[in-house]
Design a protein around this ligand. Structure first.
Ligand code: MN
Length: 205
């Protein structure tokens, strides 16, 4: 087994009432676990050498679609769980200033991010990415389980470090919000671990 399902950094019910416990349990123990299991099976089937998930994503165009979908599914969810924290965190002053400079204000950033999330037809993710070279922050969305570390995405969107990814597949919100993706996106800001986002920017250099 090459990759393993990470434990959640909080209990299944810790994000209530924004994300209900049943959604979290199914999302983590069924969906995310499924991506990990399928990915490991496909890597064995195709005799892919051991490498980090980041290395695999950076060369994902060389592999079958099933590996792309499940490698993205594993990376994206592991990142998503850590992007959330019960009650949300305070926003570091440095990140607040960066968001203000890039998007006008933190509130304007949320509006633009939500527009990307709502504009994604069908299943996918909304992203905040950071370009270490230019110091630029940018918002975009991807289909399915694609993410900005994938060569197929970076060729289109420009290489960047994923800072925040929000899952807009219906399985992320349907039990509580049904078809109301906009309501889910409005509420989820209560849970953001801004300190983790700041760490990711700092780690990117
Ligand atoms: Mn998901």
């Amino acid at each position: 087994m090459q990759y393993t399902l990470p434990e959640l950094p909080y209990a299944y019910d810790a994000l209530e009432p924004v994300i209900d416990a049943a959604t979290m349990e199914i999302h983590h123990s069924k969906h995310h676990a499924g991506y990990v299991d399928k990915l490991n099976g496909l890597l064995e089937e195709h005799q892919v050498a051991d490498m980090s998930i980041e290395e695999l994503l950076a060369s994902i165009s060389a592999y079958p679609t099933g590996i792309r979908n499940n490698a993205g599914g594993h990376y994206n969810h592991a990142m998503f769980w850590e992007s959330l924290t019960p009650g949300g965190s305070d926003i570091p002053a440095e990140l607040e200033a960066m968001l203000g400079e890039s998007f006008g204000s933190v509130e304007a950033f949320k509006e633009q991010f939500n527009a990307a999330a709502l504009g994604r037809f069908g299943s996918g993710w909304a992203w905040l990415g950071y370009e270490a070279g230019t110091g630029e922050l940018k918002i975009f969305s991807t289909a399915n389980q694609d993410n900005p570390l994938m060569d197929v995405v970076s060729e289109q969107e420009g290489a960047c470090t994923p800072v925040l990814g929000i899952d807009v597949w219906e399985h992320a919100y349907y039990l509580k919000y049904q078809n109301r993706r906009a309501e889910y996106m409005n509420e989820i800001w209560q849970l953001i671990n801004w300190e983790k986002l700041q760490e990711r920017i700092e780690a990117a250099g």
